[in-house]
Ligand binder design. Structure first.
Ligand code: 5GP
Ligand code: ZN
Length: 156
């Protein structure tokens, strides 16, 4: 089956047939740790339904993926990873160095003064402890949701 679950590692991750450390998912997307992270907390957001490139991706789903990336960037700031910022990157097509042909948005945490460790991370792509990293990100997501609830209550 060309382009189906069996051929695509990210499709297999989406349905739980291949291992990945997931930090978030809903009906249409999931987010999991990059296996060769540039920095601790480097996460990928993917549509659950296969789309090789932006050309194949539903625009609403694309917006939803960016929204999730946006929230992850905020969650990373609130997590123990204590990010000061993030790089959100989507390599679209082999011309743009896309290596896995299933659309994915990179969310890479950044800190002030991390220039050297970031450059080293780009070269080494060494994994960090996935369980503690994912737990930190999930805690950041919960902290963000709590903030949202509190500000909604204050508006009432
Ligand atoms: P691209 O260059 O296509 O934008 O990035 C692909 C990313 O997917 C790379 O950062 C690479 O480390 C990551 N990746 C490739 N295969 C796997 C995998 O099987 N599991 C996970 N979690 N990440 C992967
Ligand atoms: Zn796929």
């Amino acid at each position: 089956m060309v382009g189906g679950v069996n051929d695509c590692v990210f499709c297999r991750i989406a349905v739980g047939q291949a291992p990945a450390t997931k930090v978030y998912e809903d009906d249409t997307l999931c987010a999991f740790l990059d296996i060769r992270p540039i920095a601790r907390g480097h996460t990928l957001v993917i549509p659950k339904r296969h789309a090789s490139e932006l050309e194949d991706l539903d625009a609403e789903l694309g917006a939803h993926i960016f929204r999730a990336g946006h929230r992850l960037a905020l969650a990373l700031r609130r997590s123990d990873l204590a990010a000061d910022g993030a790089n959100l990157v989507l390599n679209d097509g082999t011309a743009a160095f896309q290596t896995v042909p299933h659309v994915h948005l990179h969310v890479i945490p950044r800190r002030h003064g991390d220039k050297l460790s970031f450059a080293a991370g780009l070269l080494l792509r060494r994994p960090h402890d996935p369980e503690s990293t994912a737990a930190a990100i999930r805690a950041g997501i919960s902290a963000l949701a709590h903030e949202d609830e509190t500000s909604a209550e204050e508006r009432e």
